[in-house]
Design a protein around this ligand. Structure first.
Ligand code: TRP
Length: 447
C-alpha cells in the first residue's frame, strides 16, 4: 500500500539522482583514462542507448505495474510462477551491498570538502601522501565520516518517498547541475579543452580490448542504476498517469550529460594544470586536488564546490541503494519505515566499517582473499555479476513471462511504432549481450 507518491518531475529528479552518482563523476573519468579515451566512451554510449535505455523502460514497467517492493512486484506480475520469480526480487540486496563501499567513499568526500577548505596539496606526491594517510592509515577519520554518511542517509530514507527522498533530490539535484555546469563553462575557456575533447571523443579503436569493452558495458549499467531494483522501487511510487518512456529518456539523458560534462571538465583541468588524464581511482582524490592547487585562488573555491557536488551526487544515489530493501522490510515484514531504515542503515554501517578495515595497514591482511580485499570483492560481485544478472533476469521477465498484451497496454501508447523494436531488443539482444558479459566476468568464457 502506497500513500505518498512522487510528483512527475519529482520522480524524474529522484531517478536521475539515483543514476547520477559517484559512478559519473568519480568512476567514469578514471576508467575512461584507464581504457584509453574515445573508443571506450563510444562503446559506453552505444551500450547506454541500445541496452541501457531498453532495460530502464523494462525495470520501470515492473515497478509501475507492481506498485510494491521488488519481491512483491515480481510475484504480482507472475501470479502462476510466484514462488520462483519472487527470488528475482532479491536483486535489491545488491544495492545494500554496494552501500558497503559507497558509504565509505562518500565519507572520503566529506573529508575532502573539509581538507580543501583549509589546504590543497602543492604536488602530486603530497596529494598521494594525503590520500594514503587517510585510506590506509587513518581509521578514525574514515569511521567518523562514515558515521555522518550513515546518519544522513538513514534520516532521509526514514522520512519516506515524499518527505525524504523527493525533498532531498529537489534541493540537491539542481545545485549539482549548477555546479557541474558552471565548472564546465569555465573549462571551456581554457586552452586544454580541445585536447580533452579529443581525448574523449576521438576513438582510437586499437586501444579497445575485450576487457575495456566489458568494463564499458558494466559501467553503463552501474551508472544508470539498473539491475538491482532501485529504479523499480522508485517507479512503484510514480504517479499513475506518468509516461514511462519519457521519464526513462530524461533519466538516461541527464545521467549521460553529467558524465560527459564531468569528464570533459576534469580532463581539461588535468591537462591544463596537472599531469594529464590519470589512471585509477585516485583521479579525483589525488591528481585533481593538485591541479586545483596549481589553479591558484580559484582552485581553492573550485575544490570545495566540486567535492560538495560530488557529495550531493553520492547522497542522492545512496538513498536509492538503501530504499529497495527498506521498502521490502516494510511491505513484506511489516516493519515501520523508521525501524526498517535504521536496521538497513546499521547493516551497511557495519559492513562499511569492514570495508574501511580492509584498506588499513595492519588489518587488511585479514580481509584480503586472492589478491583483492573486501572492498574490491564487493565491488566486483555487485557491479560485475549481480547487476548484469539483474538486467538479464528483468529482460527475460518482461520479454517472455509477463503477457505481451499487458506490456503493450502500458508502453505502446508511449513507444508507438518503436514498441516492436524495443520488444525485440528486450527478448533477443539485451539478454544475450548481458549473458555473455556475465559469463565473461565470471571467467567462464574468455574472448
Ligand atoms: N548510479 C549510481 C552511480 O552512478 C550508483 C547507483 C545508485 C546504483 N543506485 C544504483 C548502481 C542501483 C546500480 C544499481 O554512482
Amino acid at each position: 500500500m502506497k500513500v505518498a507518491r512522487f510528483s512527475k518531475i519529482g520522480f524524474i529528479l529522484a531517478a536521475a539522482g539515483s543514476a547520477v552518482g559517484l559512478g559519473n563523476i568519480w568512476k567514469f573519468p578514471y576508467i575512461t583514462g584507464e581504457y584509453g579515451g574515445g573508443a571506450f566512451v563510444a562503446v559506453y554510449l552505444i551500450t547506454v542507448v541500445l541496452i541501457g535505455f531498453s532495460i530502464m523502460i523494462a525495470e520501470m514497467f515492473i515497478g509501475y505495474k507492481g506498485r510494491s517492493d521488488t519481491v512483491s512486484s515480481f510475484e504480482k506480475l507472475a501470479p502462476k510462477h510466484k514462488s520462483f520469480w519472487k527470488y528475482a526480487g532479491f536483486q535489491s540486496m545488491a544495492g545494500l551491498m554496494i552501500m558497503f563501499f559507497y558509504a565509505v567513499v562518500i565519507g572520503w568526500i566529506f573529508d575532502y570538502i573539509v581538507l580543501s577548505l583549509t589546504h590543497l596539496p602543492s604536488s602530486v606526491e603530497e596529494a598521494q601522501n594525503t590520500f594514503t594517510q587517510m585510506a590506509h592509515k587513518d581509521f578514525f577519520t574514515q569511521f567518523f565520516y562514515l558515521t555522518v554518511a550513515f546518519m544522513i542517509v538513514t534520516y532521509v530514507v526514514s522520512k519516506g518517498i515524499k518527505g525524504g527522498i523527493e525533498r532531498l533530490n529537489d534541493y540537491l539535484m539542481p545545485l549539482l547541475f549548477i555546479i557541474i555546469g558552471g565548472m564546465f563553462l569555465y573549462s571551456l575557456s581554457l586552452d586544454s579543452f580541445s585536447k580533452s575533447f579529443e581525448f574523449m571523443f576521438k576513438p582510437d579503436w586499437s586501444k579497445l580490448n575485450s576487457k575495456a569493452f566489458l568494463v564499458a558495458v558494466g559501467h553503463a549499467f552501474f551508472t544508470l542504476s539498473l539491475g538491482m531494483g532501485a529504479i523499480m522501487t522508485y517507479a512503484a511510487s510514480m504517479p499513475k498517469d506518468s509516461n514511462l518512456v519519457k521519464s526513462a529518456f530524461w533519466v538516461v539523458v541527464l545521467d549521460t550529460v553529467i558524465a560527459l560534462l564531468a569528464g570533459l571538465m576534469l580532463f581539461t583541468f588535468l591537462y591544463e594544470f596537472g599531469a594529464g588524464p590519470d589512471k585509477g581511482p585516485g583521479l579525483v582524490f589525488i591528481s585533481l586536488p593538485s591541479a586545483f592547487y596549481a589553479m591558484g585562488v580559484l582552485g581553492n573555491f573550485f575544490a570545495v564546490i566540486f567535492f560538495i557536488a560530488l557529495a550531493f551526487a553520492g547522497l542522492t544515489s545512496a538513498v536509492s541503494l538503501v530504499e529497495p530493501m527498506v521498502q521490502y522490510m516494510i511491505d513484506k515484514h511489516l516493519y515501520s519505515r523508521k525501524k526498517a531504515s535504521i536496521v538497513m542503515g546499521l547493516v551497511f554501517y557495519f559492513f562499511g566499517i569492514v570495508t574501511i578495515l580492509s584498506g588499513l595497514d595492519g588489518t587488511k591482511e585479514y580481509l584480503t582473499w586472492g589478491g583483492s580485499n573486501f572492498f574490491d570483492w564487493v565491488d566486483f560481485i555487485t557491479a560485475s555479476v549481480m547487476l548484469p544478472l539483474g538486467g538479464f533476469v528483468m529482460s527475460i521477465f518482461v520479454g517472455y513471462i509477463v503477457p505481451k498484451s499487458e506490456v503493450e497496454s502500458v508502453l505502446k501508447p508511449h513507444l508507438k511504432s518503436f514498441f516492436d523494436v524495443w520488444y525485440f531488443n528486450l527478448r533477443y539482444i539485451a539478454p544475450v549481450a548481458l549473458f555473455i558479459v556475465m559469463l565473461n566476468m565470471l571467467g567462464i568464457i574468455k574472448f
